[in-house]
Design a protein around this ligand. Sequence first.
Ligand SMILES: [Cu+2]
Length: 299
Amino acid sequence: MEGGVNMWENRLFYPDGKFASYRNVSNGKYFELDAQPIKHNILPEIEIEGRGYNGSTPGPLIVVREGEWVYIKVTNYMDEPTSLHVHGLSKPNSQDGIPEIEPTPKINPGESYTYHFIAWQSGTFFYHSGNPLHIDQGMIGGFIVLPSTVSNDIPDRDYILILQQWELPQPQVGEVNPGTYKPEKFNVKPNFFTINGKSFPHTTPLHTQFGEKIRIRFINKSNASHSMHVHGHDFKLVEIDGFSRNEYLDTLNVPSGRRASIEFWSNNPGIWPINGTKTFHQTNNGVNPGGMITRLIYN
Ligand SMILES: [Cu+2]
């Protein structure tokens, strides 16, 4: 049902992020990603000097269909080489984007390379720089492959949430010192936590109406696992790493590298937190509430 896939595409939401624009080509879609230094506010008073794609972290959401060819032209506007790895979708070695290890191009400053491969598997994926340090400075974005055919049973709203953490210099735990900061290398002692690049209370809420089926796709590539909880709603785990699951839970651990999708019915009106359960992750450097929290709000 081709129409159903079009409908599904219109039901994708990437709160606080943007969708990647594209050009249709004969056998698929062509995207452009600019790898560049960025300044990005995770809170009104906290700006990060990091790296991102097309001006943001996370980078724009790429959406394609199962079976399509995907072309992604990456241009390096930074002072260091980079590359692009689309995580979880297997592809030819030359297109995998880890040039330190694989026979795949390194994109030097000022240069471009166009990755091309088939999106053969539907599911939730993400892209990131082949340089791990760049990832922890913000170079990650969502990559969704919608199935080529669907039943009528698609979600009413399908949210994509990327989990990130940051180590920013701060005088002490328990206060937030406003300013512009470069994330410490690899964020080994993270003190700020974001969903799609924003910390609570500045995360944009998820909206619903009574009776809808909501899907949430969690994506984690940070140095920690994130244990995600939806208040007021048990949920069904429907996907891990592009593969179907069918299991009921109310808290779901999302380890580094994993994508996990859940679905639930909006059957309990209110304003509900959706959050990482680790206590420090629910704060902004120890200031409660903050960090990896968003809300589900019934309209
Ligand atoms: Cu990978």
